[in-house]
Design a protein around this ligand. Structure first.
Ligand SMILES: [Zn+2]
Length: 141
């Protein structure tokens, strides 16, 4: 069974912007950062200038990096040739109440399922550290 692994160097990388820079700096430091609204308390991701619910200021916080797979798709035909297939695209519902679109690694295609408990696993992609997720083997359920 094919093991899902991080992509090899050479894939297109995200370019941090003024609003997303704290997130990418967090990844490089081993922290999964997200924002929380100072007004209504809503968890916010991806990075924004103001709360999408009420418009109040946002404050950066550090996630425990644990959650569960909310939705997934396994890619067998890459959109560009730099990507190694198969890879599993997942939307993770983090325990703090936000969602992260990422890739699941450290398991096989057969392991990919909704509800799978995962934790963040950072990988240096050559200049940018990417937040992948891997099955959380110490999960309580
Ligand atoms: Zn708000």
């Amino acid at each position: 069974m094919t093991q899902l692994t991080p992509q090899l160097p050479g894939i297109p990388l995200p370019e941090p912007t003024p609003v997303s820079r704290p997130f990418w700096d967090g990844c490089a430091a081993g922290e999964l950062r997200y924002q929380r609204c100072a007004g209504c308390g809503q968890a916010e991701f991806d990075p924004a200038w103001a709360c999408r619910s009420c418009g109040s200021d946002l404050e950066w916080q550090v996630s425990e990096g644990r959650g569960e797979v909310y939705s997934h798709s396994v890619v067998w035909r890459p959109q560009t040739p730099e990507f190694t297939t198969p890879y599993a695209v997942v939307i993770v519902a983090l325990d703090e109440g936000f969602h992260l679109l990422t890739n699941l690694v450290g398991c096989t295609v057969a392991d990919v399922r909704t509800g799978l408990r995962v934790r963040v696993a950072f990988h240096d992609a050559g200049g940018v550290t990417l937040p992948y997720v891997t099955p959380d083997r110490k999960a309580p359920r």
